[in-house]
Structure formats: structure tokens, C-alpha cells
Design a protein around this ligand. Structure first.
Ligand code: ADP
Length: 275
């Protein structure tokens, strides 16, 4: 009888604790939703006047301004672009964190995607006197099903950084088929540079929001400190894990592996075309 009373009392206690936990969870969720809504509203409100500032600056720059005015306008253009990128990055992180982002499952050609990135970043490579190499594994099936927009975003961010933090060096992007299992292709991606490198004690923090290598690096290279935060979140969202290997003054390698479904429909079409 005594045991029964103790059991009932402890069950009641457990039930109460469970209720408290549910209420606390709801409160956290509400607060997080409010934060996300606030961030989204503020960012959108900022974007509208900023677009006007950027547009007018662009127009004035095209009007052949005097040399002295040119300097001010260029500085305005730089700040406008920086703020735009900052706001877009904040909106992107907010979207991922509040699970408002959808993963797409569409047919795409990985080789084509990589080639598009290569041509869009060619100029940046030339600016910094870097050689820009791509190793694309021919074994990778021509058509995969996945989220090409997010994959591009990840690669663009990593390659942009590699080109930015390397001067007169080499940036190499590698894609490799790791395995094919359960109608899925597991593809390895690597962005390797021989630039300034990252100290080992910063390997974790570079992925944190607003984190930059050092004040000197921030001053010299600019940037928002949000790029790698977005990269890590997106890689996780697509089912992978980002790795970093680096040595100061020797270079950095960012790598990750992602699963993609193999598009059967297009594979069949390919087969028909070749026979
Ligand atoms: P940022 O906008 O500052 O580039 P990121 O989140 O993309 O922000 O990167 C955070 C920091 O990580 C950078 O400020 C830089 O110090 C370091 N970093 C990122 N990529 C590289 C790289 N390829 N080589 C050296 N340092 C890097």
C-alpha cells in the first residue's frame, strides 16, 4: 500500500514536471518566432531604402563624376554593397534557423553547375593573380537529384573565400564520386587554397556568426563574418558535415560529402541517345 502511494505521488510529480517542460518549450518557441519575425521585418525594411541608395549611387557613377566626387561615390558604393550582403546573409541565416527554408529535389547536372561557378568567379581569380583549377570526376552521374541552388551557394562562398585569402597562389576545386549506394551517389567536394591559412585555435570559431580571423584580417579583407556560418548550416541541411584543414601561411582546405539521388529518368534518356 505504501509503495502504491509513493508510486502515485511520483507519477503526479512526473506529470507536473512534464507539463512545466511543455510550457517552457512553448515559451522558447514563441520567443524564437518573435525574434525571427523581428529580424525578418527589420531586414526587409532596411533593404528598400538601401536599394534606392545603391541604385542612385550607380547612376551617379555613370555620369562621369569629378575625381573628388568619384572617391566619395565609390566609398558609398562599397558601403552599400557591404550592407546589402550583410542584410541578405542575416535573412538567409534567419530563414534556415526558423526552418522556413525548403530543400529542393530537382534534376541538375553537377558538371554544368561547377562550370557555371568557374566562369562567374574567373574575374576574381585574375584580380588576385590566382590560378583557378577544377578537377571534376567523370564517374559522377550526369544527372543528379538535389538542391543545386544551395550547393552553388555553398561552393560560391567557399571559393570566394579561397580566392579572397590567396594572392598569387592556387585555388583548386575537386569533386569526386565516393560511392553509389541505394540509388544514391555520395559526392565529395573540396576547395583547397595555398593562401594565408587559419590558425588551429580558430577552426571552430570561423564558423560562428560574425566571427573573423582577426581584427587585422577584418580590416584588410572586409567581409561580414557570416559566409561560413551559412555554409555550415547549408551543408548540414543537405545531410553533410563540413571539415576544415589548414596551416597558417600554407593554406586551407574545406571539404564535405553530400548524398544525391541519381536521376533514373534522365539516365535512361542518355542511354537511348548513345545507342
Ligand atoms: P568573411 O565575410 O569575413 O569572409 P566568413 O564567415 O566567410 O566571413 O569567414 C570567416 C573568417 O574565416 C574570415 O574572416 C577569415 O578570417 C577566415 N577564412 C575563411 N576562409 C578562409 C580561407 N580560405 N583562408 C583563410 N582564412 C579564411
Amino acid at each position: 500500500y505504501k509503495n502504491n502511494i509513493i508510486r502515485t505521488q511520483s507519477n503526479k510529480l512526473l506529470e507536473e514536471k512534464n507539463k512545466e517542460l511543455i510550457i517552457a518549450k512553448e515559451k522558447v518557441e514563441k520567443a524564437s518566432n518573435a525574434r525571427s519575425e523581428f529580424l525578418s521585418t527589420v531586414s526587409h525594411e532596411l533593404r528598400t531604402p538601401l536599394n534606392a541608395i545603391n541604385g542612385i549611387t550607380h547612376l551617379l557613377l555613370e555620369e562621369n563624376p569629378k575625381k573628388s566626387q568619384m572617391q566619395y561615390l565609390e566609398s558609398l558604393q562599397y558601403s552599400g554593397n557591404y550592407l546589402t550582403k550583410f542584410i541578405n546573409d542575416i535573412l538567409e541565416i534567419n530563414k534556415i534557423d526558423s526552418s522556413k527554408i525548403q530543400i529542393e529535389h530537382i534534376n541538375f547536372n553537377l558538371k554544368q553547375l561547377v562550370e557555371n561557378i568557374q566562369s562567374s568567379l574567373k574575374e576574381l581569380a585574375v584580380e588576385n593573380d590566382n590560378s583557378f583549377n577544377f578537377n571534376i570526376d567523370c564517374e559522377i552521374p550526369n544527372y543528379l537529384i538535389g538542391d543545386p541552388t544551395k550547393l552553388s551557394q555553398i561552393l560560391m562562398n567557399l571559393i570566394n573565400n579561397a580566392l579572397k585569402f590567396t594572392h598569387d597562389g592556387e585555388v583548386t576545386v575537386t569533386t569526386k564520386l565516393v560511392s553509389v549506394r541505394d540509388k544514391k551517389a555520395f559526392v565529395y567536394f573540396e576547395v583547397k587554397d595555398n593562401g594565408i591559412g587559419i590558425p588551429e585555435d580558430k577552426f571552430e570559431s570561423v564558423f560562428d556568426s560574425f566571427s573573423q580571423g582577426s581584427i587585422d584580417i577584418n580590416r584588410k579583407y572586409g567581409g561580414t563574418g557570416l559566409g561560413l556560418t551559412i555554409v555550415r548550416k547549408l551543408v548540414r541541411l543537405l545531410g553533410g558535415k563540413i571539415n576544415l584543414e589548414s596551416k597558417v601561411n600554407e593554406g586551407s582546405t574545406f571539404s564535405f560529402e553530400l548524398p544525391f539521388k541519381i536521376s533514373k529518368r534522365v539516365q535512361d534518356t542518355d542511354k537511348k541517345e548513345t545507342t
